[in-house]
Design a protein around this ligand. Structure first.
Ligand SMILES: Cc1cc2nc3c(=O)[nH]c(=O)nc-3n(C[C@H](O)[C@H](O)[C@H](O)COP(=O)(O)OP(=O)(O)OC[C@H]3O[C@@H](n4cnc5c(N)ncnc54)[C@H](O)[C@@H]3O)c2cc1C
Length: 364
């Protein structure tokens, strides 16, 4: 058992955990980041960074952007609508490299990073928490649960550090597709007539495509998603041999965690672990980054309740609007396409709003 007690232990080296660790270490805190995998590690994700996310990213990581999408081509039945923001509002990255770069920046800021350190046990001790990770005992005064939608702090480990139940989740399935000649272009594609209560997408990343399906409908399990993705690949003309990797992963539906699930006297949940993915499209990287910034500030002020209040005050109102939009839109997408197809300016405005403005204006 090491005698060292860290100020903060961060569990999970995705965008949320790497960002909290970087911000805290840069302010002089003694931080350890425990990541289960060795980096770079795969993560099923479209890798679409909205303008909202780009604004929160350090300059170094923006250099990893592979494509700046001028807009999206969205389809339902007979309708195809092209939507764009004034400058590219979604930038695309490959998650393994992106996540590894964010963790590197945390390391450079002074955080101790342990890869291959899967946390398997947690308990409260007098002055904080004690974790077991890959045979080592780690003690810290405060804990950041950034272990994503499938991490152990959603269950018994969360309860052990005083956190309430985690957010409900929807299902998603993603195929990484080889696109050596870049035929996928630079536009995002979204099809809303492939799976009930959800959508299918193609996100181009220069040489690789992310093709996936997600559904918000009750009962849309693995079998439904696999079948929908199989049909979609046929529809867009992708032979099975081009699929490099196929993986399912849940998306936590945003705004459903009560404040009591976001913090305890010794711990906070951030990013997907806090259920902070957008309830309309499942975009979660921007909220992972935003919650990381809130958490770092709250930890430095030792006001963990303040973190939860800030999430509820600053992130949840947007989620409530998105959840309402999701309910009416996914119930019957057709009429909305008919409206947006006839009102291109309104469609562009809706897209620009959904991606949080224009990231292109920030581009180097
Ligand atoms: C198919 C799919 C497509 C998506 N597309 C997009 C998109 O285009 N744009 C967008 O903004 N969002 C998208 N999302 C959502 C986005 O991927 C997540 O919101 C985002 O990754 C959340 O970041 P995070 O840091 O909270 O969690 P994660 O990125 O999931 O990171 C969690 C980390 O914790 C680690 N971990 C887990 N358990 C342990 C443990 N016991 N000990 C130590 N470490 C542990 C994991 O290895 C992982 O590295 C998509 C999601 C899915 C499923």
């Amino acid at each position: 058992v090491g005698a060292l007690t860290y100020d903060v232990a961060v569990v999970g080296g995705g965008p949320a955990g790497a960002t909290v660790a970087r911000l805290l270490a840069a302010r002089g805190a003694l931080v350890v980041l425990l990541e289960a995998e060795r980096l770079p590690r795969p993560k099923p994700c479209g890798g679409g960074l909205t303008a909202r996310a780009v604004r929160l990213l350090p300059q170094e990581v923006r250099e990893l952007v592979r494509v700046r999408a001028p807009g999206a081509r969205v389809r339902w039945g007979p309708w195809e609508v092209e939507v764009r923001s004034p400058t590219p509002g979604v930038w695309l990255v490959l998650r393994p490299a992106f996540d590894a770069a964010l963790v590197d920046l945390a390391r450079q800021a002074g955080a101790e990073v342990r890869e291959g350190a899967r946390v398997t046990a947690a308990r409260r001790v007098a002055d904080g928490v004690e974790l077991q990770a890959a045979g080592a005992t780690v003690r810290a005064h405060r804990l950041v649960c950034a272990d994503g939608a499938t991490g152990p702090f959603a269950g018994p480990l969360g309860r052990a550090v005083g956190l309430g139940p985690a957010a409900p989740r929807v299902g998603a399935l993603e195929a990484e597709v080889d696109d050596p000649d870049g035929a996928g272009g630079v536009w995002l594609r979204g099809d809303f007539d492939v799976v009930r209560g959800g959508y299918a997408w193609v996100f181009p990343k220069a040489g690789v495509l992310s093709v996936g399906v997600a559904s918000w409908a009750r009962g849309a399990g693995g079998r439904v998603l696999h079948e929908a993705l199989r049909r979609y690949l046929v529809r867009i003309g992708i032979e099975p041999a081009r699929v490099v990797r196929l993986r399912g992963h849940p998306i936590p539906v945003g705004g459903r965690c009560p404040a009591a699930a976001l913090w305890s006297p010794v711990a906070v949940r951030v990013g997907d672990a806090a259920g902070l993915a957008d309830p309309l499209f499942g975009e979660g990287i921007s909220h992972a980054l935003e919650s990381a910034h809130f958490a770092a500030e709250a930890l430095l002020a030792d006001d963990l309740a303040g973190y939860a209040r800030r999430v509820v005050r600053e992130i949840y109102p947007g989620f409530r609007v998105a959840a309402l939009a999701a309910r009416v839109f996914y119930a019957r997408p057709g009429p909305w396409f008919a409206v947006l197809g006839r009102m291109p300016r309104a469609a562009d405005a809706a897209y620009t709003l959904a991606v949080g403005g224009s990231a292109g204006a920030l581009a180097p």
